[in-house]
Ligand binder design. Structure first.
Ligand code: C2E
Ligand code: CA
Ligand code: CA
Ligand code: CA
Length: 275
C-alpha cells in the first residue's frame, strides 16, 4: 500500500506478478461469461423530441460477475477487445438483441453497439445478414452504432464493411459524436443515417454559452449533411428545453428512462402490456 498526495487516500498496488495473474483471470472470466450465462442486456428508450414518441431502444451489455458483482462495460469491453473475446460477445449481443426485438408486437427500432474489432474482423456483414434471417427481424429496424475511432483504424476496410451493411438495409449511426478528432471528414465519407451526440457535449448547454454554441454548430453541420441528430445522456429539463429550441430530432437519457430489463418497458414493446 502506498500513501498518495496529502494522504487523503491509500492505493493498493499489487506486484507485477499479481497484476498479470489478475488480468489473466479476468480475461479467462470474460471468455466464459457467455457459457456461464453471466451476460445480459438492458435496454434504454430513445424518443422523438417533437412527439415524445418512443421509437426504439439501445441494447447495453451488463456482466454480473459471480465474485466481482456488476462489472461496468467501460471496464470489461476494452479488455474483451484486447483479448479478442469481443467477437463472440458482440455476436451474442447482436443475436440476443435482434431476437428480443423480433418478439415485440410493435416494430420499434433496436440499436446495437459494434466495436472496432467486429467491424474490422471481416465477417460482420455476413453475421448481421445471418442474424436478420434467423430472427426474422426487418433490417430497417436494426441500427448499428459505430464510433469514429472504430473507423479510422482502416478507413478503406471500414467503408467497404459499412456499404455492405447498408446494402442489407440496416441503419448506421455514428456514436459518441464530439469525442473524436476527425469527425467532420468522417461524417461526409461514411454512409451514416444518424448522428448520436455524446453526453459530454450536452451536459453544459444550459449553463455555458460556449457549450451551447458548440452544440448549435453541431446542429448546423448535421442539417447541412441532412442527418438527424440524437442527443445522448439527456438528464435535465433545462437540457431538454435547449434541445427543443434547437430542433434536435431525438433524445436518449436518464430523463426519458434508464437502461432496464426489457420487461420494464412492456407498455412499448407489447402494446397491451406483458404480465
Ligand atoms: P454508449 O454506447 O455511449 O452508451 C451510453 C452510455 O451512457 C451507457 O453506459 C448508458 O447507461 C449511459 N447513459 C445513458 N443515459 C445517461 C444519462 O442520462 N446520464 C449518464 N450519466 N449516463 C447515461 P453503459 O451502459 O455503462 O455503457 C458504457 C459504454 O460501453 C457504451 O457507451 C458503449 O460504448 C459500451 N457498450 C455497452 N454495451 C455494449 C455492447 O453490447 N457492445 C459494445 N461493443 N460496447 C458496448
Ligand atoms: Ca452507443
Ligand atoms: Ca454513445
Ligand atoms: Ca446541464
Amino acid at each position: 500500500a502506498k500513501m498518495q498526495g496529502r494522504g487523503l487516500y491509500c492505493v493498493f498496488e499489487p506486484s507485477m506478478g499479481e497484476h498479470l495473474r489478475d488480468r489473466r483471470q479476468f480475461e479467462h472470466d470474460i471468455r466464459h461469461a457467455i457459457s456461464r450465462k453471466e451476460l445480459r442486456l438492458v435496454y434504454q428508450p430513445q424518443a422523438q423530441l417533437q412527439s415524445n414518441e418512443v421509437f426504439g431502444f439501445e441494447a447495453l451489455l451488463r456482466w454480473d460477475h459471480p465474485e466481482r458483482g456488476a462489472v461496468p462495460p467501460a471496464v470489461f469491453i476494452p479488455v474483451a477487445e484486447e483479448c479478442g473475446a469481443i467477437l463472440k460477445i458482440g455476436e451474442w449481443v447482436l443475436r440476443t438483441a435482434c431476437a428480443e426485438a423480433a418478439s415485440w408486437q410493435q416494430p420499434l427500432a433496436i440499436s446495437v453497439n459494434v466495436s472496432a474489432m467486429q467491424l474490422h474482423g471481416g465477417n460482420l456483414p455476413e453475421l448481421v445478414g445471418a442474424v436478420l434471417k434467423e430472427t426474422g427481424l426487418d433490417p430497417f429496424r436494426l441500427e448499428l452504432e459505430i464510433t469514429e475511432t472504430c473507423l479510422i483504424k482502416d478507413i478503406g476496410r471500414a467503408l467497404a464493411a459499412l456499404r455492405q451493411l447498408k446494402s442489407l438495409g440496416v441503419q448506421i449511426a455514428m456514436d459518441d459524436f464530439g469525442t473524436g478528432y476527425s469527425s467532420l471528414s468522417n461524417l461526409r465519407a461514411f454512409p451514416f443515417d444518424k448522428i448520436k451526440v455524446d453526453q459530454s457535449l450536452i451536459r453544459a448547454v444550459d449553463t455555458s454559452d460556449e457549450a451551447a454554441a458548440v452544440m448549435r454548430a453541431v446542429f448546423g453541420l448535421a442539417r447541412g449533411l441532412k442527418l438527424p441528430v440524437l442527443a445522448e445522456g439527456v438528464e435535465t429539463d433545462a437540457e431538454l428545453t435547449f434541445l427543443r429550441q434547437e430542433a434536435c430530432d431525438a433524445i436518449q437519457g436518464y430523463l426519458l428512462g434508464r437502461p432496464c430489463p426489457i420487461s420494464d418497458f412492456a407498455q412499448h414493446t407489447s402494446g397491451k402490456g406483458r404480465t
